[in-house]
Write a protein that binds this ligand. Sequence first.
Ligand SMILES: [Ca+2]
Ligand SMILES: [Ca+2]
Length: 262
Amino acid sequence: MARPILVAAAVAVCLALCCTAFAQCPTDDGAIIARYQLDELEGLVAHDDVGGHDGTLVNGPVWDPDGGDLCGGGALLLDGLDDYVDLPTGAWDDFGPDESFCVSCCFCAPAVLPGQPHIIGRYHPSYDGGMMSILYGVDFETGPDYPGHVAFSFRTDHGGAATYVVSTEVYAPGVWHSVCAVRDRTNDEFRLYVDGELAAPPHPDTFPGDQGLTQSHFVIGRCGESGQGYFEGEVDRVVIWRGLGPCPAEPASWGAVKALYR
Ligand SMILES: [Ca+2]
Ligand SMILES: [Ca+2]
Protein backbone atom coordinates (compact mmCIF):
# COMPACT_ATOMS: atom_id res chain seq x y z
CA MET A 1 0.00 0.00 0.00
CA ALA A 2 2.79 2.41 0.78
CA ARG A 3 4.62 1.92 -2.49
CA PRO A 4 2.64 4.37 -4.69
CA ILE A 5 3.07 7.01 -2.02
CA LEU A 6 6.82 6.41 -1.93
CA VAL A 7 7.05 6.57 -5.72
CA ALA A 8 5.02 9.74 -5.77
CA ALA A 9 7.26 11.16 -3.09
CA ALA A 10 10.33 10.25 -5.14
CA VAL A 11 8.90 12.07 -8.13
CA ALA A 12 8.10 15.06 -5.98
CA VAL A 13 11.62 15.14 -4.59
CA CYS A 14 13.14 14.96 -8.05
CA LEU A 15 10.80 17.58 -9.43
CA ALA A 16 11.39 19.87 -6.50
CA LEU A 17 15.14 19.59 -6.47
CA CYS A 18 16.30 18.61 -9.91
CA CYS A 19 14.99 21.51 -11.91
CA THR A 20 17.08 23.95 -9.96
CA ALA A 21 20.09 21.69 -9.69
CA PHE A 22 23.42 21.93 -11.40
CA ALA A 23 23.08 19.58 -14.30
CA GLN A 24 24.93 18.90 -17.49
CA CYS A 25 24.10 16.96 -20.54
CA PRO A 26 26.49 15.40 -23.06
CA THR A 27 26.50 16.84 -26.54
CA ASP A 28 26.41 14.74 -29.64
CA ASP A 29 30.06 14.62 -30.70
CA GLY A 30 31.36 11.35 -32.05
CA ALA A 31 29.69 8.41 -33.70
CA ILE A 32 26.45 7.88 -31.81
CA ILE A 33 24.94 4.48 -32.46
CA ALA A 34 21.93 4.90 -30.17
CA ARG A 35 20.31 7.78 -28.29
CA TYR A 36 17.32 7.55 -25.97
CA GLN A 37 15.95 11.01 -25.15
CA LEU A 38 13.24 9.42 -22.98
CA ASP A 39 10.83 12.22 -23.87
CA GLU A 40 7.86 9.96 -24.55
CA LEU A 41 4.49 10.73 -23.01
CA GLU A 42 3.07 7.23 -22.97
CA GLY A 43 3.51 3.70 -24.24
CA LEU A 44 6.00 0.91 -23.83
CA VAL A 45 8.60 2.06 -26.37
CA ALA A 46 11.71 4.09 -25.60
CA HIS A 47 12.67 5.45 -29.00
CA ASP A 48 16.23 5.56 -30.28
CA ASP A 49 16.21 8.70 -32.43
CA VAL A 50 19.58 7.94 -34.06
CA GLY A 51 19.95 4.25 -34.70
CA GLY A 52 16.37 3.02 -34.51
CA HIS A 53 17.21 0.47 -31.82
CA ASP A 54 14.07 1.14 -29.80
CA GLY A 55 13.90 -0.14 -26.23
CA THR A 56 10.95 -1.81 -24.50
CA LEU A 57 9.65 -0.79 -21.07
CA VAL A 58 9.22 -3.79 -18.78
CA ASN A 59 7.28 -4.06 -15.49
CA GLY A 60 5.90 -0.55 -15.40
CA PRO A 61 8.39 2.33 -15.64
CA VAL A 62 6.51 5.65 -15.63
CA TRP A 63 7.02 8.45 -18.13
CA ASP A 64 7.49 11.80 -16.42
CA PRO A 65 7.02 14.51 -19.06
CA ASP A 66 7.86 17.17 -16.49
CA GLY A 67 11.00 15.37 -15.35
CA GLY A 68 14.48 15.49 -16.72
CA ASP A 69 17.32 17.88 -16.19
CA LEU A 70 18.83 20.28 -18.68
CA CYS A 71 18.61 17.44 -21.17
CA GLY A 72 14.97 18.41 -21.00
CA GLY A 73 11.76 17.10 -22.38
CA GLY A 74 10.90 14.54 -19.76
CA ALA A 75 12.49 11.47 -18.22
CA LEU A 76 11.67 7.93 -17.15
CA LEU A 77 10.95 6.92 -13.55
CA LEU A 78 12.04 3.44 -12.44
CA ASP A 79 10.66 1.91 -9.24
CA GLY A 80 13.80 0.08 -8.07
CA LEU A 81 11.78 -3.13 -7.69
CA ASP A 82 11.52 -4.65 -11.16
CA ASP A 83 11.33 -1.83 -13.70
CA TYR A 84 13.76 -1.75 -16.60
CA VAL A 85 14.11 -0.93 -20.29
CA ASP A 86 15.29 -3.75 -22.49
CA LEU A 87 17.32 -2.63 -25.48
CA PRO A 88 17.43 -4.84 -28.56
CA THR A 89 19.74 -7.81 -28.87
CA GLY A 90 21.91 -8.16 -31.94
CA ALA A 91 25.25 -7.03 -33.28
CA TRP A 92 24.43 -3.31 -33.38
CA ASP A 93 26.04 -2.71 -30.00
CA ASP A 94 28.91 -5.19 -30.22
CA PHE A 95 32.39 -3.78 -29.74
CA GLY A 96 35.55 -5.41 -31.01
CA PRO A 97 38.52 -6.25 -28.77
CA ASP A 98 40.39 -3.09 -29.70
CA GLU A 99 37.39 -0.84 -30.14
CA SER A 100 36.75 2.14 -27.89
CA PHE A 101 33.24 2.97 -26.76
CA CYS A 102 31.43 5.45 -24.55
CA VAL A 103 28.10 5.23 -22.73
CA SER A 104 26.49 8.27 -21.12
CA CYS A 105 23.32 8.91 -19.15
CA CYS A 106 21.73 11.35 -16.74
CA PHE A 107 20.15 10.19 -13.48
CA CYS A 108 18.46 11.45 -10.35
CA ALA A 109 17.90 9.06 -7.43
CA PRO A 110 15.55 9.85 -4.54
CA ALA A 111 18.11 8.63 -1.99
CA VAL A 112 21.49 6.99 -1.66
CA LEU A 113 20.56 3.50 -2.75
CA PRO A 114 21.61 0.22 -1.15
CA GLY A 115 23.22 -2.67 -2.96
CA GLN A 116 24.39 -2.49 -6.55
CA PRO A 117 21.89 -0.27 -8.42
CA HIS A 118 22.53 -0.32 -12.16
CA ILE A 119 21.60 2.77 -14.15
CA ILE A 120 22.95 0.93 -17.18
CA GLY A 121 23.71 -2.79 -17.20
CA ARG A 122 25.05 -5.25 -19.69
CA TYR A 123 25.40 -8.82 -18.51
CA HIS A 124 24.84 -12.30 -19.88
CA PRO A 125 24.25 -15.05 -17.29
CA SER A 126 27.01 -17.18 -18.78
CA TYR A 127 29.40 -14.21 -18.76
CA ASP A 128 29.78 -14.87 -22.47
CA GLY A 129 30.49 -11.72 -24.36
CA GLY A 130 31.59 -9.66 -21.38
CA MET A 131 29.71 -7.19 -19.19
CA MET A 132 29.64 -3.54 -18.24
CA SER A 133 27.70 -1.39 -15.80
CA ILE A 134 27.15 2.20 -14.75
CA LEU A 135 26.24 2.12 -11.06
CA TYR A 136 24.95 4.52 -8.42
CA GLY A 137 26.51 2.76 -5.47
CA VAL A 138 28.75 -0.29 -5.24
CA ASP A 139 28.35 -3.12 -2.76
CA PHE A 140 31.29 -5.49 -3.09
CA GLU A 141 30.89 -9.04 -1.81
CA THR A 142 34.20 -8.59 -0.04
CA GLY A 143 35.82 -5.31 0.82
CA PRO A 144 34.39 -1.86 1.40
CA ASP A 145 31.08 -0.61 0.01
CA TYR A 146 30.66 2.68 -1.79
CA PRO A 147 27.07 3.91 -1.39
CA GLY A 148 26.41 7.11 -3.31
CA HIS A 149 29.50 6.75 -5.47
CA VAL A 150 29.21 6.43 -9.23
CA ALA A 151 31.05 3.50 -10.74
CA PHE A 152 31.87 1.98 -14.11
CA SER A 153 32.53 -1.75 -14.22
CA PHE A 154 33.73 -3.82 -17.14
CA ARG A 155 34.98 -7.25 -18.01
CA THR A 156 35.35 -9.48 -21.02
CA ASP A 157 34.69 -13.20 -20.87
CA HIS A 158 38.36 -14.03 -20.48
CA GLY A 159 37.68 -15.41 -17.01
CA GLY A 160 39.24 -12.74 -14.82
CA ALA A 161 37.64 -10.36 -12.38
CA ALA A 162 35.76 -7.25 -13.42
CA THR A 163 37.46 -3.87 -13.34
CA TYR A 164 35.70 -1.20 -11.28
CA VAL A 165 36.33 2.50 -11.67
CA VAL A 166 34.72 4.07 -8.58
CA SER A 167 34.27 7.81 -8.21
CA THR A 168 36.35 9.49 -5.58
CA GLU A 169 33.38 11.49 -4.33
CA VAL A 170 29.81 10.77 -3.26
CA TYR A 171 27.13 12.29 -5.49
CA ALA A 172 24.07 13.61 -3.73
CA PRO A 173 20.62 12.15 -4.28
CA GLY A 174 17.76 14.44 -5.23
CA VAL A 175 19.75 16.22 -7.94
CA TRP A 176 20.58 15.31 -11.52
CA HIS A 177 23.99 14.04 -12.50
CA SER A 178 25.47 13.23 -15.89
CA VAL A 179 27.79 10.27 -16.39
CA CYS A 180 30.15 9.23 -19.19
CA ALA A 181 31.86 5.83 -19.03
CA VAL A 182 34.63 5.32 -21.57
CA ARG A 183 36.70 2.33 -22.64
CA ASP A 184 39.65 3.91 -24.45
CA ARG A 185 41.54 1.20 -26.35
CA THR A 186 43.94 3.72 -27.88
CA ASN A 187 45.36 4.51 -24.48
CA ASP A 188 44.25 1.24 -22.86
CA GLU A 189 42.39 2.85 -19.99
CA PHE A 190 38.91 3.19 -18.54
CA ARG A 191 37.67 6.66 -17.66
CA LEU A 192 34.62 7.78 -15.69
CA TYR A 193 33.26 11.31 -15.89
CA VAL A 194 30.52 12.67 -13.64
CA ASP A 195 29.02 16.11 -14.15
CA GLY A 196 31.65 16.85 -16.77
CA GLU A 197 34.65 16.14 -14.56
CA LEU A 198 36.93 13.14 -14.37
CA ALA A 199 35.48 11.36 -11.33
CA ALA A 200 38.42 9.03 -10.63
CA PRO A 201 41.93 8.52 -11.93
CA PRO A 202 41.95 6.68 -15.27
CA HIS A 203 42.16 2.93 -14.68
CA PRO A 204 44.51 0.77 -16.79
CA ASP A 205 42.74 -1.52 -19.26
CA THR A 206 44.67 -4.76 -19.02
CA PHE A 207 42.10 -7.03 -20.61
CA PRO A 208 43.51 -9.24 -23.36
CA GLY A 209 43.31 -7.80 -26.82
CA ASP A 210 41.43 -10.77 -28.22
CA GLN A 211 38.00 -10.19 -26.74
CA GLY A 212 35.53 -7.37 -26.97
CA LEU A 213 32.00 -6.78 -25.73
CA THR A 214 29.61 -9.06 -27.58
CA GLN A 215 26.52 -11.25 -27.16
CA SER A 216 25.19 -9.46 -24.08
CA HIS A 217 23.08 -6.34 -24.65
CA PHE A 218 22.43 -3.05 -22.88
CA VAL A 219 19.60 -2.66 -20.37
CA ILE A 220 18.51 0.54 -18.62
CA GLY A 221 17.76 0.13 -14.93
CA ARG A 222 19.08 -3.27 -13.96
CA CYS A 223 22.04 -5.63 -14.24
CA GLY A 224 21.52 -6.85 -17.78
CA GLU A 225 19.82 -10.22 -17.96
CA SER A 226 20.50 -11.11 -14.33
CA GLY A 227 17.24 -9.68 -12.96
CA GLN A 228 19.19 -8.02 -10.16
CA GLY A 229 20.55 -4.61 -9.27
CA TYR A 230 17.50 -2.49 -10.02
CA PHE A 231 17.89 1.30 -10.02
CA GLU A 232 15.32 3.51 -8.33
CA GLY A 233 14.83 7.03 -9.61
CA GLU A 234 14.73 8.94 -12.87
CA VAL A 235 16.93 8.32 -15.90
CA ASP A 236 17.31 10.60 -18.89
CA ARG A 237 19.14 10.77 -22.19
CA VAL A 238 21.06 7.53 -22.56
CA VAL A 239 23.60 7.69 -25.40
CA ILE A 240 25.92 5.00 -26.75
CA TRP A 241 28.93 5.94 -28.86
CA ARG A 242 31.25 3.84 -30.98
CA GLY A 243 34.55 5.55 -30.21
CA LEU A 244 35.39 8.02 -27.47
CA GLY A 245 32.31 10.16 -27.87
CA PRO A 246 32.54 13.43 -25.98
CA CYS A 247 35.37 12.22 -23.74
CA PRO A 248 38.82 12.58 -25.36
CA ALA A 249 41.83 11.16 -23.63
CA GLU A 250 44.42 13.87 -23.37
CA PRO A 251 44.64 15.41 -19.90
CA ALA A 252 44.98 18.83 -21.48
CA SER A 253 41.54 18.40 -22.94
CA TRP A 254 39.76 17.42 -19.74
CA GLY A 255 38.62 21.01 -19.50
CA ALA A 256 37.26 20.61 -23.00
CA VAL A 257 35.23 17.66 -21.78
CA LYS A 258 33.39 19.99 -19.48
CA ALA A 259 33.02 22.50 -22.28
CA LEU A 260 31.39 19.80 -24.35
CA TYR A 261 28.61 19.59 -21.76
CA ARG A 262 26.03 22.25 -21.71
CA1 LIG B 1 14.63 13.52 -21.82
CA1 LIG C 1 7.30 -2.19 -11.52
